[in-house]
Ligand binder design. Structure first.
Ligand code: FAD
Length: 553
């Protein structure tokens, strides 16, 4: 952990004087209790992943005091959240809600507008309100992490009956990750698709001084809605949930989630492929297997360099030169690892009893071996600390932290992701890999791509690992990212999610028909949040009070 004094002083939001802001903070303290409202006027404090700050991005692409909160408020109830919304509307102070704030790679806990007041919902609103062992569903508050939900299943003796689906790291919140449309690695890996029902506090204040709370889907029923709230996500009429994900239209205080039945057995497998040029034919093999559910989980096809970096050593252990690490150096070092020399590694899992798994695994083995040089690595040969076992835990619903290790690749290791989606086609994989390769070579940065294969699309996740203290490297990383976003957009690829710093650019690529979608989002924003207090700029959506006034990056 490291601590630095704030160089730019208390980050007061724009449009309000310091005395007026401090007096508003006093008012909020009186409303909620002084210990639940903390001013961020002293220092920037970073810690390791499980102690990550709730005031700023500890992996900053810009000056670490750019995306920073002026204060953090800890509501203990939905009524507290309503009080905060009313207060923000009165003083025109921007709010930024987080559930846990471990959105590392996408901005961490930082607000988009400097000086926003962060609502840390997770600190006090962290109850698991229901686990239904008949329906395989749960209802959670914002502070429930993947670890907490898993531990609760263990505590109740239900872990053998049902699983959670966790992202690579288990310290994030079920709600925050799902609202950002994050991914996990069991057949329930599309978290947004697996949620059912939201409770949302809206950001405006009515004529009578009231703040609205709504429930979506079956939760909107006047009586007894809860009965089916977590079983059927749509209810009646327009399906509104979507506008509360990757947006700034509401503060989510409860969410329903489906849980996966224990499939009665599971078996991880790993294949390596010798050449980078195997990518396209392999993706062509993967598509029909994935769509027909022979490949059952959101698996990962990772570049060899990522397999090397996840060992957790700094890059200098392998290579002292500058610029991207040459392929022959990567291969030389992989030779001494469990995967051996290779270009790509596929990590997957088969589910069900042995005889059912055997049938599917035979098909996969036969199909993958159509690629010359394909090797199946026998898991029984792998030591207990091999990364493969981390993927094994994650794909069977047990949260983990191993994935953090590649962040050590650089000193002051930070990272930021380029995350375009495409169909599962060889040509698309080649296009994306080629444009990433070109931009990384220009920037002198190591390329670490991983294809996460969903049911009919794949997310390419390219993590740029950079030294947070190296300004030149940060500029090159930004240039590389911006270049990739533009190159991808020209070819018809868009990001599924992005870092705060890149949201305007990414939103700008979704410009079909004179940016009709963004115009619609702006219309919604102005109607739902007329004072523009909630997370201005998130996902490129700026309220009228900020729009076209120089905030866009
Ligand atoms: P938060 O930071 O709390 O929320 C995310 C965003 O959603 C917030 O910034 C906010 O804008 C909005 N939000 C949150 N709560 C609310 C609310 N209650 N109401 C309204 N808006 C809200 N991510 C994946 O999806 N899959 C992965 O496999 C994965 N692997 C990772 C590996 C590494 C090594 C690292 C460092 C990160 C990885 N991530 C991954 C990214 C990130 O860590 C996770 O997505 C994490 O779960 C997000 O943080 P959080 O859950 O604490 O969400």
């Amino acid at each position: 952990s490291d601590t630095a004094t704030l160089q730019r002083g208390l980050p007061i939001p724009q449009g309000i004087s310091k005395p007026a802001f401090l007096s508003a903070i006093d008012e909020l303290r009186n409303l909620l209790g002084a210990k639940h409202v903390l001013l961020n006027d002293k220092e920037i404090k970073n810690g390791w992943y499980m102690e990550s700050p709730n005031t700023h991005d500890m992996m900053p692409l810009f000056d670490s005091e750019e995306f920073i909160a002026s204060a953090v408020v800890y509501p203990g109830s939905v009524d507290d959240v309503k009080i905060i919304v009313k207060w923000a509307n009165k003083h025109l102070i921007p709010l930024f809600p987080i559930s846990i704030g471990r959105n590392l790679g996408y901005g961490g806990s930082a607000p988009r507008v400097r000086g926003s007041v962060t609502i840390d919902l997770g600190r006090r609103m962290n109850r698991i309100l229901d686990i239904n062992a008949d329906d395989f569903t749960c209802l959670v508050e914002p502070g429930v992490t993947f670890y907490a939900l898993h531990e609760e299943l263990v505590k109740r003796g239900l872990d053998d009956k049902m699983w959670i689906d966790t992202p690579d790291l288990g310290g994030g919140s079920v709600i925050g990750n799902t609202l950002d449309r994050g991914v996990g690695y069991t057949p329930y890996g599309d978290h947004w698709a697996c949620h059912s029902g939201l409770e949302v506090v809206l950001p405006s204040v009515g004529e009578k001084g009231d703040v609205s709370v709504l429930r979506t889907g079956m939760g909107a029923l006047g009586v007894g809605g809860e009965n089916t709230w977590q079983c059927f996500p749509y209810g009646f009429g327009p399906y509104n949930d979507g506008i509360f994900s990757q947006s700034n239209f509401g503060i989510v205080t409860k969410m329903g989630m489906t849980l996966m039945p224990n499939p009665g057995g599971f078996e991880s497998f790993m294949y390596t492929f010798a050449n980078e040029s195997d990518l396209a034919p392999l993706i062509e093999i993967i598509r029909p297997l994935r769509i027909s559910n022979i490949l059952e989980n959101v698996a990962q096809l990772r570049h060899g360099l990522q397999t090397l970096s996840v060992k957790g050593h700094p890059r200098t252990k392998y290579f002292a030169g500058t610029g991207p690490m040459p392929d022959d150096v990567v291969r030389k070092h992989l030779r001494t690892t469990a995967t051996g020399e290779c270009a790509w590694v596929y990590y997957g899992m088969s589910y069900g009893p042995a005889h059912i798994r055997g049938h599917k695994l035979d098909i996969i083995d036969k199909e993958f071996h159509r690629i010359p040089g394909c090797k199946r690595i026998d898991p029984s040969t792998l030591p207990a600390d091999e990364y493969f076992w981390s993927r094994d835990r994650i794909a069977s619903g047990t949260p983990d932290l191993e994935e953090l290790k590649w962040v050590n690749w650089m000193p002051n290791g930070s990272h930021i992701a380029f995350s375009p989606v495409s169909p599962i086609r060889g040509k698309d994989a080649d296009n994306l890999f080629a444009l990433a390769r070109k931009r990384h070579a220009e920037a002198g940065i190591d390329l670490m791509p991983a294809f996460c294969v969903g049911l009919r699309e794949m997310h390419l996740i390219v993590e740029i690992v950079f030294d947070a203290e190296d300004e030149e490297m940060k500029r090159k990383a930004e240039e590389c990212l911006r270049g990739m976003i533009d190159d991808a957009a020209k070819l018809g690829y868009g990001e599924y999610r992005t870092h705060l710093a890149l949201m305007d650019q990414v939103a700008g690529t979704y410009s079909w028909n004179d940016s009709a979608l963004m115009k619609f989002n702006n219309t919604l924003k102005d109607a739902i949040d007329p004072n523009g207090i909630l997370a201005p700029g998130r996902c490129g959506i700026w309220p009228e009070r900020y729009r076209n006034r120089g905030w866009e990056l």
